[in-house]
Design a protein around this ligand. Structure first.
Ligand code: SF4
Length: 363
């Protein structure tokens, strides 16, 4: 199975926490030119089309494309018959017409960037939508028969209270969707928040409150019938993100678009992040991965899944013995961060929150 990731690097405004590859476009011509280059890059992978099972159009803000720009892009993908076809949507740039186009072209999963339902916090993050937008998008997607809807949330936003978070999770319950991705706010360099932090105007949340919030998210979503299947991801009725599972299981995926990366065979590809360079030639570099680095990735990404990794499968694939190669793993077991359960290495409940301490063992 193979995935295709397509990056749309344009946003109407820049969120204060965001370090993704994105920019505010100068005009529509800039987007049109980009779509032309993207379609050329997509067609260079035509030989792989028959093996692609997931398409994920992410960003940036894909939903800010016009209907005509979407049509050009979707037409270039028409020969691919994916099982899962996702488009990321920001609520304020969704229109019913775009939703109907998604339906027509077989998009069956929408990932909706909500982050929080608290208007003050949305404003603090520099998000531009309202709760009315979100409710309209979800209702419309359901009415036209898009079956899988995921909502992105962020917690541990400075100023957010435990009650604010509980209210966000109440909204999730009312929306009755199939999937939630919920990440803690990370202070990334080169963001507005980071500049505020350097000037003493941004205070990260204390670890105890962050841990309490994570626990609230896990408990409440479980109460709502979601399965916690990855550190930050929850699904109802096994409607996991097939595309993201490729990343966590080191499956093959092609990455196209500005700054996109891929993993095909044992080669990781990295596209240019600067638009002028991308428009001339998308690929910046391709790096063959050593078995050592693939094993490291399998362990680190694989442990993000709540089911963990099969020790025997990995030992056979990479010809090694887990506890001989990583003796310090035993210490992490002793302090209760990781465990071996029915032949699988997995994070414990405590380790889920402190995963980075376990991942360090493999680096
Ligand atoms: S978080 Fe999403 S919408 Fe906000 S600037 Fe980043 S890519 Fe754009």
């Amino acid at each position: 199975m193979k995935g295709l990731y397509i990056h749309i690097p344009f946003c109407e405004s820049i969120c204060h926490y965001c370090d993704f590859v994105k920019r505010v476009p100068r005009n529509q011509e800039m987007i049109d030119t980009y779509i032309g280059a993207l379609i050329n890059e997509i067609s260079s992978y035509r030989d792989h089309f028959s093996t692609i099972e997931t398409i994920y159009i992410g960003g940036g803000t894909p939903s800010m494309l016009s209907v005509d720009q979407f049509k050009r892009l979707f037409d270039s993908l028409i020969d691919i018959k994916p099982l899962e076809y996702t488009v990321e949507v920001n609520p304020e740039s969704y229109t019913d017409e775009k939703g109907e186009l998604f339906k027509k072209y077989g998009i069956n999963r929408i990932s909706l960037g909500v982050q929080t339902f608290n208007p003050t916090l949305l404003n603090y993050l520099n998000r531009k939508h309202t709760n009315e937008h979100v409710i309209h998008v979800v209702n419309h997607l359901k009415s036209i028969g898009i079956p899988y809807i995921s909502v992105d949330l962020i917690y541990s936003i400075p100023g957010q209270t435990l009650n604010d978070l509980r209210i966000d999770l109440e909204y999730i319950k009312k929306l009755d969707i199939t999937h939630v991705s919920c990440y803690s706010l990370i202070l990334e360099e080169k963001t507005y928040f980071y500049h505020q932090y350097l000037r003493g105007k941004f205070e990260t949340m204390d670890e105890d409150t962050e841990a309490t919030m994570y626990q609230i998210v896990m408990d409440e979503l479980k109460n709502q019938g979601f399965e916690h299947y990855e550190i930050s991801n929850y699904a109802k009725n096994q409607h996991y993100s097939k595309h993201n599972l490729l990343y966590w299981t080191l499956g093959e995926y092609i990455g196209v678009g500005l700054g996109a990366h891929g993993l095909v065979g044992n080669k990781r590809t990295y596209n240019h992040k600067a638009l002028p360079k991308y428009l001339v030639s998308p690929l910046d570099r391709a790096e063959i991965q050593s078995p050592e680095s693939l094993l490291q990735d399998e362990l680190i990404f694989g442990l993000r899944k709540i089911e963990g990794v099969s020790i025997s499968e990995l030992e056979e694939k990479y010809s090694f013995k887990l506890l001989e190669k990583y003796p310090s793993l035993k210490e992490k077991m002793e302090i209760g961060l990781v465990k071996i359960d029915e032949g699988r290495l997995k994070l414990t409940d405590k380790g889920i929150f402190l995963g980075n301490q376990v991942f360090m063992v493999f680096i």
